[in-house]
Design a protein around this ligand. Structure first.
Ligand SMILES: Cc1cc2nc3c(=O)[nH]c(=O)nc-3n(C[C@H](O)[C@H](O)[C@H](O)COP(=O)(O)O)c2cc1C
Length: 192
């Protein structure tokens, strides 16, 4: 039986819940360990890995560091990445650098003027979010990147985080997690 590691970073908890849903789906056909990043110190023995983290001033720093640190091991097993966020500008990519993308269809919003994106629209595109992830570990080629809505509550943020999320990302508070999309993505992973 396959043994899969699902590891995640989560500041406010919403990405952790998504990781649990991914792990539950994978556990229908494989043995699955689910660990927060700081506990995922040994990658030997896994036949596939899922790494998930939110957009927090770029993709979560801890997740980028994990990817860089474990580049060698992660280039030898199938790796699926997922990203959570609150704002996504609708563009038409279905892959990036040859990596297939799975985007929760409820998440992207069309730009006001597709010929000229505003600062916020440009900041929240798939390319802006995902290229730094792919560049962080060039030896790693994920089998898929899932992009899902997360959850944001302003009352539990520090003031600078709230200002950033309000002004730059213009994210509305709320819960955008689409469990059907998350399960659909997870159920299609690591089939070969
Ligand atoms: C400081 C900060 C920066 C954020 N930056 C972005 C961003 O660039 N794009 C976006 O869509 N969402 C952004 N978000 C929203 C988070 O990605 C979203 O709330 C996510 O679900 C948080 O995951 P967590 O609950 O696991 O921490 C930001 C949130 C915070 C607090």
């Amino acid at each position: 039986m396959k043994k899969i590691l699902v590891t995640y970073a989560s500041n406010a908890g919403s990405t952790a819940k998504i990781a649990q849903a991914v792990a539950a789906e994978l556990a229908k056909t494989a043995e699955v360990d689910i660990l927060p990043l700081e506990k995922a110190t040994a990658l030997e023995g896994y036949s596939a890995v899922v790494l998930g983290a939110p957009m927090i001033l770029g993709w979560h720093r801890g997740a980028l560091a994990f990817l860089k640190r474990n580049q060698d091991s992660l280039s030898r097993v199938p790796l699926a990445i997922f990203v959570t966020c609150m704002s996504l500008t609708k563009t038409d990519e279905t892959s990036l650098e040859g990596v297939p993308l799975f985007v929760d269809e409820k998440l992207p919003k069309p730009p006001k003027n597709s010929g000229r994106l505003s600062f916020r629209e440009n900041y929240t595109t798939l390319k802006k979010y995902l290229m730094p992830i792919l560049k962080a570990a060039p030896a790693v080629k994920p089998v898929s990147i899932g992009v899902f809505g997360g959850s944001l509550q302003y009352f539990n943020l520090q003031w600078w985080a709230a200002i950033f999320a309000l002004l730059i990302v213009q994210a509305q508070p709320g819960d955008k997690r689409n469990w059907k999309a998350i399960e659909a993505w997870a159920s299609g992973l690591f089939k070969e």
